[in-house]
Design a protein around this ligand. Structure first.
Ligand code: AMP
Ligand code: ZN
Length: 112
């Protein structure tokens, strides 16, 4: 979608540190990491938020992609967190659906 930062990253129009790309999914490092591993996982096709993701298969693929990446990054045994901020109360600031994959340190609960 025109003007969407993550669409531009998916199209290679602005730089990002890409970790993995496959099957309509892309993972790249967060610009402002909150943990030793902080990767964003997006569908390359634009969807504004979780509210707009009508296809359960796509959501399953997105989650499995993040889970596989966690395993490949050596995070699976120690653990990690997957977060989907949704709309303003959820803390979403970029309106292209994304999962945060966070790991490499113990997480606290509840989140802020
Ligand atoms: P959220 O608040 O859930 O919408 O998360 C948006 C995330 O995108 C934040 O953690 C930002 O640090 C990250 N971010 C914004 N712009 C970029 C970019 N150009 N490259 C990588 N990460 C970005
Ligand atoms: Zn987009």
């Amino acid at each position: 979608m025109a003007g969407c930062v993550f669409c531009k990253i998916a199209a290679g129009e602005i730089p990002a540190s890409v970790v993995k790309r496959a099957d309509g999914m892309l993972a790249f490092k967060d610009l402002n990491p909150q943990a030793p591993t902080h990767v964003l996982v997006i569908p390359t096709h634009h969807l504004a938020s979780l509210n707009d993701a009508k296809d359960p298969a796509l959501l399953g693929k997105l989650l499995a992609f993040a889970r596989d990446l966690a395993r490949e990054s050596g995070l699976a045994d120690r653990g990690y967190r997957v977060v989907v901020n949704t709309n303003p109360d959820g803390g979403q600031t970029v309106f292209h659906l994304h999962l945060h994959l966070l790991g490499g340190r113990p997480m606290t609960w509840p989140p802020g």
